[in-house]
Design a protein around this ligand. Structure first.
Ligand code: SF4
Length: 173
């Protein structure tokens, strides 16, 4: 990992801008949690466990980031990982940064995609017949969040010298 040499000082404008990608994600999570809980608390609990798992994976990534423990764009992704990382990785110097980033990124991808697949498998199974538009709306919220996150959050992420998504962002800038 090559960590950012420049540490961004977050302005009020940054923080306001970061709310934009957070809105569809909050609506997606709120709607999904509500609909899964309506059918089964176990389904909701498993979905929440995926979210916790995502945060454990991100916490490993945060271990080498200058922003952990304070404000960062990850909060717009509904991560508590920047704070969890302080507990789990007290001494980030002892973690190989390259290994950490690579493996945690793979874990994050698997758990993150798994959580969405889990949610939509059950949402489609339970609600598609009665409320297809609601399921499609939740899917649309997720789709809207992704490019917003990519264009607003990636440029100032603590890993934008290393992360593949940030490299794509720089290439099309
Ligand atoms: S910018 Fe990303 S890697 Fe850095 S602390 Fe925030 S969530 Fe973690």
């Amino acid at each position: 990992m090559s960590q950012r040499s420049h540490i961004h000082k977050w302005t009020k404008q940054d923080r306001t801008l970061h709310i934009i990608p957070a809105i569809p994600l909050i609506l997606f999570y709120a709607g999904t949690i509500y609909l899964l809980a309506k059918e089964s608390l176990v389904l909701m609990g498993v979905f929440m466990l995926f979210w916790v798992g995502v945060n454990f994976a991100v916490a490993g990534i945060c271990a080498g980031c200058p922003y952990r423990g304070g404000y960062c764009p990850g909060l717009s992704q509904l991560y508590f990982a920047p704070f969890l990382s302080l507990l789990l990785h007290r001494n980030p110097d002892r973690i190989s940064p390259t290994r950490s980033f690579k493996y945690e990124l793979i874990s994050l991808g698997i758990i993150g995609v798994g959580s969405y697949a889990f949610a939509f498998y059950w949402l489609v199974r339970i609600y598609w017949q009665s409320s297809p538009l609601v399921v499609l709306a939740l899917f649309a919220l997720l789709l809207v969040h992704m490019p917003l996150s990519f264009f607003i959050l990636c440029p100032k992420c603590g890993y934008n010298d290393t992360c593949p998504m940030s490299k794509v962002h720089k290439a099309i800038e």
